[in-house]
Design a protein around this ligand. Sequence first.
Ligand SMILES: [Zn+2]
Length: 202
Amino acid sequence: MTARLEVIVGPMFSGKTELLIAKLHRAQYARKRVRIIKPAHDTRTQGFIASRAVRPDGTTEVTDTLSAVMVRTEEDFERVAGPGDFDVLAVDEAQFFPLDEPLRDSLGWFGRALRRLLRERRASHLRIIVAGLDMDFAEEPFGPIPGLMAIADSVEKLTGVCMICGSDAGYISQRVIPGDKQLVVGDAGEYQVRCRSCYAPR
Ligand SMILES: [Zn+2]
């Protein structure tokens, strides 16, 4: 019996949230108490996590949702996770939890809080499942995700379909509208999944 950290990464539209939701449905069938949190920086979906399917015309539709608690600060996190009344803690879009300025480590307050929780409840069935983008559109490791991948028990790296050549090796979300700000929350139309060969470095 030991606490576990599972990390799901990949580009946009690679099915990360779909996989997260599937794992959570299974946990709920097994009568596990599930708590879901999201960074409050994601302005697309407030209060729930949503898996999306891309239609042939490039637009997206929401296929499944589960309600989530929005977390902006470490205090918010402590309010949600502090009571410890859950068996599974799920986090979606975790790349938006910021690292420290100046940079202190590769976890930031959020990654350190998860590590602390895993230490405190190490001899338990606690499962923490984190999903997020492993890279931003400039091919840089994104927020606390690389650090979380390092301390995880398991990492699932998903791929999408490259929107240029159609290969199944889409590994990055290429930004196709101008701009340099990392924290732009995009959707289909602003970003395209591309393979390494079709990705155009900026
Ligand atoms: Zn390609």
